[in-house]
Design a protein around this ligand. Sequence first.
Ligand code: UD1
Length: 427
Amino acid sequence: MDRIRIRGGRQLKGEIVVSGSKNACLPAMAAALLTDKPLVLKNVPRLADIATMMQLLRQHGVEIEAAPGENGHAHGTRLTLKAGKITSTTAPYDIVRKMRASVLVLGPLLAREGEARVSLPGGCSIGARPVDLHIAGLKAMGARIDIDGGYIVARAPKGLTGARFTFPKVSVGATENLVMAAALAKGTTVIDNAAREPEIIDLAECLTKMGVPIAGIGSETLTIEGVEQLKPATHVVIPDRIEAGTYAMAIAMTSGDVELLGGRLDLMEAAAQSLRAAGVVLEKTNRGFRVRRANGELHGVDVMTEPYPGFPTDLQAQMMALMTRADGASMITETIFESRFMHVPELMRMGANVTIHHESALVRGVPKLRGAEVMATDLRASVSLAIAGLAAEGETTLHRVYHLDRGYERLEEKLAACGAEIERLKG
Ligand code: UD1
């Protein structure tokens, strides 16, 4: 298995191209299942999770062509997806266990074919992550759903019917599944307490181009008019706000100065606000935004993760890595996922001072971190250790790099181009 070796202490200087958003791209790819017409997606990042979604969709019968992209600063892939005929309505365990977002095929398959069997997902090991909200929403639209042999077995032989559904808790994936299912349902679906993440807005905009009328995009109430047929469409995926935020924290960590090309500050205001309070300067530029440290120390700031527009859980571990070196203390509270502090013991092995009290972590800044052999159990935890390694004294070796490859495109290349001493060790 590959490892990444970092020698800490170099300032990051230069430019980094922000890739297309993984979490916007995955549901948009699943939306291709709704129609026999082609869907072209541009600015698709080259990531293991995207390859997994391609593998899953292909086994449902989707024809996929990948070509180099040409979109602005980002050079992502262009995917053409065409689900002429659905050849299987089963999403098998072997693929779904690799990536939880595989559950996004449930809504579209059920809506188009009247049936779907989707293995209960695995994915990142950050808490229980149930799928009850996905199931409740689809049931409200008339589906019969059982759990059988580790599979979600959903049926709607006469098709789905538009309904009004209020989510008892905000869920990104369940909102996406329901919006896609509603696209082919009979009549109007109203979703209350919908997630408002930029990735949901991007999916809604993609579906609108495919001919699905959706009102309330960006709000917590989405109204979707079901249609009989969708249209061919082309959609450019938004830049990855989590990747941009991750690099912003890495740059701050090394007192660097980097322009994030294609990055959109407007998609990460809560994170930007926390970084500014910590003493980081973020400025919009013509090509994206620039990140550098203001003169002086990095200050400890308190952060609580919340659904969008709050501080994203997907940047919590990276923010914690940054706070390990701050002047003063920082209270980091995780409200979205339980057990999302798996990076803490590893950060402590590098010299960080962190105490966990239930869903909060108290981080007391230390004057220096020391390199170590570290290992992470999920994507964002993994990259937080890389951020710590960039500022640590000596050498840090990051194991289980496959977590990073799920969500960060050419991380070591992007950081090395800005002066980091970082390399991938094969095998
Ligand atoms: C998506 C993102 C993930 C991000 C998360 C929260 C993708 C592919 N992944 O994940 O990177 O960390 O949003 O911003 O876009 N829940 C239930 N029942 C359900 C579904 C969810 O209780 O049926 C709970 C979860 O356990 C969690 C909370 O709801 O506590 C939010 O999860 P959700 O928004 O669904 O996350 P994902 O869509 O899985």
